[in-house]
Every structure is written in C-alpha cells, then in structure tokens.
Design a protein around this ligand. Structure first.
Ligand SMILES: [Cu+2]
Length: 136
C-alpha cells in the first residue's frame, strides 16, 4: 500500500512537469536571441529579380565584401568557384537567413525587410571569409 502511494506521487509529479513544459510561457531558448523576428526571407530561388549579386570565390572571399541594398531587394549569393562555402549570419535575429550549403555553382537568395547592417561569414573559411550588407 505504501508503495502504491509512492508510485502515484511520482506520476503526479511527472504530469505536473509535463504540463509545465507545455505552457510555452517559459524563457525562449533561441539560437538568435532578441525578439526572434527574422529580418528577411531566404530561398534557393524565386524571391524575385536579383538586384545585388555577391560572389563566393575560390580566393576564399566574398566579392564585394561590403554590399549595399534596399529593403525588398533580392540579394543573390553565387558560388563562382569549385570550393563549397556557407553564408552564415550570426547576429541577434538574422541566423534565420543562414545557408550552410553554398555548393560550387549554386546560387542562393536573401531579401531583407528590415533596414540594418548584416554581417555574415563562411564558417568553412572564417575568419577571413566574411562580408557585410548594409540595408537601408
Ligand atoms: Cu568559404
């Protein structure tokens, strides 16, 4: 009898723990931090007419390393070489725009909806291979 009560108590505690997890009001565990709102959209293709092109080259640099764009512009990353790269955004909210697989010959598009300065890098060739996009 004593054992049964113990078991009941344990399952009740488990239930409470489960309910506690499910409310969704706890602290948000995020990789980006901030409000969690993505400042743009990214896709392999189809975001619209390309306005700005940034090449990822076998020289292990982004060209141009500093680019400017307006909100709504379609920025295309193009791997013009034979080495794989990534386009990895690491600041507060823009990690949602990261592309970890910019294969040789591949293109990938980003469109910002929020003005700001966005830094990115290639995780394969960091810290030297990096760039910045200023969106106004
Ligand atoms: Cu790279």
């Amino acid at each position: 009898m004593k054992l049964q009560v113990l078991a009941l108590g344990a399952s009740a505690a488990a239930l409470i723990a489960l309910v506690g997890c499910g409310t969704g009001n706890g602290p948000v565990t995020s990789s980006g931090g901030g409000s969690g709102t993505c400042p743009g959209t990214a896709a392999v293709s189809g975001l619209g007419s390309v306005t700005v092109t940034i090449n990822a080259t076998d020289g292990l640099v982004f060209v141009p390393a500093a680019a400017t764009a307006h909100t709504g512009d379609v920025i295309e990353f193009k791997n013009t070489g034979s080495v794989a790269h990534t386009v990895t955004f690491q600041d507060s909210n823009d990690g949602c725009l990261t592309d970890e697989t910019l294969a040789p010959g591949a293109t990938w598009e980003v469109k910002f909806t929020v003005a700001g300065t966005y830094n990115y890098l290639c995780t394969v060739h960091a810290p030297n291979m990096k760039g910045e996009i200023t969106v106004s």
